[in-house]
Design a protein around this ligand. Structure first.
Ligand SMILES: *Cc1c(COP(=O)(O)O)cnc(C)c1O
Length: 223
């Protein structure tokens, strides 16, 4: 088994105060999650509803689960009772569905808007302009059971550190712009979720508040 405890502490040592670690446990078994949990880790991220539901049933109840993958609207109802953050909201339709399902459980679900800044076509998310437009149109303000608490993005999967830095800086600058324009009075709008195994050190330099690290902690995923 990968030395999950050692890897976890090494990643935590790299994070400045105020930067949270989301341990990305997708495709890893409960035993791995339990090791990290026993070391004090409480925030875990998963990207598939069925896998998450299985784990939620069998793991400690004080884990804060973040949904980090592309979420289909028809799956929201399954995670709405317990999910603590949905990180990758990429459409108004999804935002409305989360609001509707959260209301059924008398919950307010925290979400991040996912930005698409990377060059890869395959990634989901709002372009900066689409994100501005969504907030400007204002329909989100009527959604009482969903709370937008920040932005999330994945940088391009490249070796070029300067490109990664450029993309994360675009996201950080957009965060400032949106904070000033729409969330100046909302102290909860404060999260900048970027940085994965290969780029979390760059991310903390680019003002990430939340890194999502899987492989460095748990080892390669077996699909
Ligand atoms: C899988 C995944 C991660 C973690 O990636 P690693 O390279 O294993 O650290 C982070 N964010 C998202 C959105 C993911 O899907």
């Amino acid at each position: 088994m990968y030395d999950v405890a050692k890897n976890l502490h090494e990643v935590l040592r790299d994070l400045p105060d105020g930067v949270k670690l989301v341990a990305i446990s997708k495709f890893h078994p409960n035993e791995y999650i339990e090791v990290a949990y026993n070391e004090g880790q409480r925030i875990f991220g998963e990207s598939q509803e069925q896998e998450l539901s299985r784990k939620v049933d069998t793991l400690p109840k004080d884990i804060e689960w973040h949904f980090i993958g592309h979420l289909q609207t028809n799956k929201v109802k399954y995670i709405a009772p317990y999910i603590s953050m949905i990180e990758a909201v990429d459409s108004l339709k999804l935002l409305k569905e989360i609001n509707k399902q959260a209301a059924k459980h008398n919950r307010v679900i925290n979400v991040l808007l996912e930005l698409h800044i990377a060059e890869e076509e395959s990634k989901y998310g709002f372009s900066p302009d689409a994100c501005r437009q969504l907030l400007e149109e204002g329909e989100w303000k009527n959604l009482r059971n969903v709370h937008i608490v920040g932005l999330m993005m994945m940088a391009s999967n490249v070796d070029d550190q300067e490109q990664i830095r450029r993309e994360m800086t675009i996201a950080a600058d957009l965060f400032d712009e949106l904070k000033a324009k729409y969330f100046a009075d909302d102290a909860d709008f404060k999260e900048r979720s970027w940085g994965m195994s290969h780029d979390y050190k760059i991310a903390v330099e680019c003002r990430s508040t939340m890194v999502r690290v899987g492989t460095t902690i748990f080892g390669p995923r077996i699909y």
